[in-house]
Design a protein around this ligand. Structure first.
Ligand SMILES: Nc1ncnc2c1ncn2[C@@H]1O[C@H](COP(=O)(O)OP(=O)(O)OP(=O)(O)O)[C@@H](O)[C@H]1O
Ligand SMILES: [Mg+2]
Length: 754
């Protein structure tokens, strides 16, 4: 798996080559795919991002990467990329702001690094050329022969990239407002609808005043026609508005979901260890509520509110005194709602909190159902559930009761606005204070009734907003934790040999009272098979966690091949490590898929090889469908020993230089354990292996065994040396091998460590 393909050929970029364009033709060893990836990678290098072209996962049916595939890949690596169609002229403008990768017709690619408008040439660098080599000047004719306009633009965000932006109301609103085109269209449809809404009032007015009073049949027909045409328009516009809102909300939903998941995945392991899964899930599920509010109630009310812009001036035009009174009543309604806002908000927040606690009980019970059943804990769980339900119900009732009040107080006001104005208007007319006639009065009533709705809607919106703000707060509690790394593209990506060194390392867990590891120093050469032993809590797993970069707030240094852990790119580090824990999770899918777990470019042969090395081949072949056997989530249909061996195969598939087994065989029956142990020496060939085990007998073959005690390093030596000079080790050994007599008895095994 060597990616350092030779790139010395094709050194002369000036050489016009019929087949390969712009200098890359000389290098026959590179495929079109590699050339395209390299061109994109050199564009990324402009932004200090080092891409590994081996990370690219070819799409089925594509002889070489399509623009869309390249863009996906770049985005996956934290860059901003866009596939575009460009013309020759465009190259001169884009060049200023962002590198342009031109994708040529023959599947290869080049990178536009400069353009000279005066002599009408662009400067193109071949993906195979070295940094020191000059780019090639290409004129329009030559480029257009090889290029149909396909290009990929690469850019890196300034400051926070969107996936790292904190989750706040402002951020969400921004997501909505970026859809300017939609919002504009929806607003237009709404305003026209509102304007059309005025017409019925005038038709009624006209009917009463003209048709009934003067018996004008002509006016009647005219009004009827207007009404019919208007109904049709209203129907079409209503449809368009609903359609636009639907598209907008679906888009927003997808955006929010994508953002949510990528933020979630970027959170450090710590976070998930500190927080209950149930609560996290229930918090995140609030996202649908937020989306519903934004595109449902909020948008709806704002749009209905645009009705007011059209209606209110009309009301004042028709009868200003009556209009003023109507507005005052609307104001009163708003005041009542605002008064109740805070108390209701407090109760709603309590209710939401209680709901989370309730949800957490369900998740916990479902996750731990085995324990619940075997320990007959059903009554206890039920009791906890009952309490949670009671609490949530109580808060819900209280919040509901309180919000009943503003509604009750506002009802008469709303009725006044929709029907009462007519009485008031009639009274004013009788008093001679108003010149309004019969028809206008009815029209006024119709319009003011339509004003009442949005006013009440606005007030109710504030109430719902309170709830949504709580929801956003809940989601933010999860998503706004500091992510694991600022940027996936940060850090070095060295090729590991497997030398591991700790230098005066002290580490305390964030919530720990005393250091889990203290002033630890050691240096293990590549290829070592290292055993870790020590009592429970002595820090064995902590060492493996530090090596995986799970915890990074230590003092001293952890070095792999001499490079400080914190300087290594985290994704690269994890991909170069194989880790098997005591309890491993298998995903829904076939045996083969589980072993490969979506890594690019691996085939059945690779998984067979890994399975053989892990001692899993034997049982996989006995399964009804072999490598295509379906494994259920949580792997109910295979045994613990089989699952463990599959996990080892999964860790081995990438042929990692460093393999960590933390109690990987502890849960196995002696037979399966013997099987895995027998393979350990074979597995360990050519890599550094760190094996944590309570059973010392499985470590006797290790090159070195490290003895830990309360976070300090007591001794490192091969088995037989430790037996002689380390009392802690001797005690542990004797405890486990009492049946063999107390003599340091494994002389036979000693010869095995190489
Ligand atoms: N996530 C954590 N937060 C706080 N303290 C922790 C955490 N994980 C481990 N510790 C503490 O760090 C110390 C070392 O734990 P570690 O898991 O490394 O022990 P271990 O040697 O692997 O034990 P075991 O053999 O039981 O697996 C213990 O005292 C433990 O309580
Ligand atoms: Mg442990």
């Amino acid at each position: 798996m060597d990616d350092h393909s030779s790139n010395t050929a094709g050194a002369n970029p000036e050489e016009p080559d019929a087949g390969g364009e712009f200098g890359q033709g000389g290098d026959e060893t590179l495929t079109a795919t590699e050339l395209r990836l390299r061109a994109v990678a050199s564009a990324a290098r402009f932004f200090g991002v080092d891409l590994d072209i081996n990370d690219y996962k070819a799409r089925p049916g594509e002889p070489y990467p399509s623009p869309a595939a390249l863009v996906d890949w770049l985005r996956g690596q934290g860059l901003i990329a866009k596939a575009v169609k460009l013309t020759w002229r465009n190259l001169f403008t884009f060049r200023e702001t962002t590198p342009v990768v031109v994708l040529l017709k023959d599947g290869t690619a080049g990178l536009v690094v400069g353009a000279d408008a005066r002599s009408d040439v662009v400067w193109i660098k071949s993906p195979t050329s070295r940094d020191s080599e000059p780019p090639v000047a290409v004129d329009r004719l030559r480029l257009e022969q090889a290029w149909a306009g396909e290009a990929v633009l690469v850019r890196r965000t300034v400051g926070l990239d969107d996936s790292q932006a904190p989750f706040t109301l402002g951020w969400i609103v921004k997501q909505v407002t970026t859809e300017k085109r939609f919002i504009g269209q929806i607003a237009w449809a709404s305003i026209v609808l509102a304007a059309l809404g005025i017409v019925p009032a005038f038709i009624v007015m006209g009917t009463i005043d003209r048709v009934l009073e003067f018996n004008s049949i002509n006016t009647f027909w005219m009004l009827a026609t207007i009404l019919a045409v208007m109904m049709f328009f209203e129907m079409v516009l209503g449809w368009a508005r609903r359609e636009l809102i639907l598209v907008l909300s679906t888009k927003l939903d997808a955006k929010l979901n994508l953002h949510l998941f990528s933020r979630l995945l970027s959170l450090p392991l710590d976070f998930f260890e500190r927080n209950q899964a149930g609560e996290t899930i229930s918090r995140l599920s609030q996202i649908s509520r937020v989306r519903e509010f934004l595109t449902g109630k909020l948008l709806g009310t704002v749009l209905d509110g645009s009705v007011l812009l059209v209606f209110i001036p009309f009301l004042f035009y028709m009868e200003s005194l009556l209009a003023t009174i109507t507005m005052a009543v609307a104001g009163l309604m708003t005041v009542i709602l605002i008064v109740f806002l805070r108390p209701i908000g407090i109760l709603v927040a309590q209710f939401v909190r209680a709901e989370h606690k309730k949800a957490a009980v369900i998740t916990e019970t479902v996750h731990g159902i085995r324990t619940v059943k075997t320990l007959a804990l059903e009554p206890q769980q039920k009791q906890v559930w009952d309490e949670r339900v009671a609490e949530a119900t109580g808060w819900r009732l209280a919040a509901g009761r309180l919000s009943n009040w503003p509604q009750t107080l506002n009802d008469p006001l709303q009725i006044f606005m929709s029907r009462g104005v007519v009485v008031l208007g009639a009274f004013l007319a009788l008093q001679g204070n108003s010149g309004i006639d019969r028809g206008a009065l009815i029209a006024f009533m119709i319009l003011s009734g339509r004003v009442a709705g949005p006013v009440a809607g606005f007030a109710r919106l504030i109430e719902d907003f309170q709830e949504v703000r709580t929801s956003i707060g809940q989601i933010a509690k999860v998503l706004n934790n500091p992510p694991e790394v600022r940027n996936v593209t940060d850090g070095m990506r060295p090729r590991f040999e497997g030398r591991i060194a700790f230098e005066d390392l002290t580490f305390t867990y964030p919530l720990g009272s005393r250091p889990a590891l203290q002033q630890m120093s050691f240096d293990i050469p590549p290829g070592t098979m290292l055993g870790l032993v020590g009592r429970s809590g002595s820090g064995k797993s902590t060492i493996t966690r530090l090596l995986q970069g799970v915890n990074r707030e230590y003092s001293g240094a952890v070095k792999i091949d001499g490079v400080e852990m914190r300087e290594i790119n985290l994704a690269h580090l994890r991909r170069s490590l194989g880790v098997v824990l005591q309890d491993n999770f298998l995903f829904r899918g076939t045996v083969k898929e589980n072993i490969i777990s979506g890594r690019p470019g691996l085939t059945l042969e690779d998984s067979v090889r890994a399975a053989r090395l892990a001692g899993a081949e034997e049982f996989i072949e006995r399964m009804p469908q072999g490598y295509d056997t379906w494994i259920e989530e949580g792997s109910a249909n295979i045994s613990g020993g089989q699952r463990q061996r599959l996990a080892i195969a999964r860790a081995l598939i990438t042929n990692p230089r460093i393999l960590i087994l933390d109690e990987a065989t502890s849960a196995l029956d002696p037979e399966s354990e013997a099987l895995v142990n027998a393979n350990l020496v074979r597995i360990g060939k050519g890599r550094t292996m760190i094996i944590v085990s309570h059973r010392l007998s499985s470590l006797v073959n290790c090159d070195l065994i490290m003895v830990l005690e309360r976070g300090t390093l007591v001794d490192v030596a091969p088995h037989h040396v430790l037996l002689e000079r380390c009392s802690i080790y001797r005690t542990l050994w004797n405890q486990q091998n009492r049946h063999m007599g107390n003599t340091p008895g494994a002389q036979q095994v000693l010869g095995h460590g190489e």
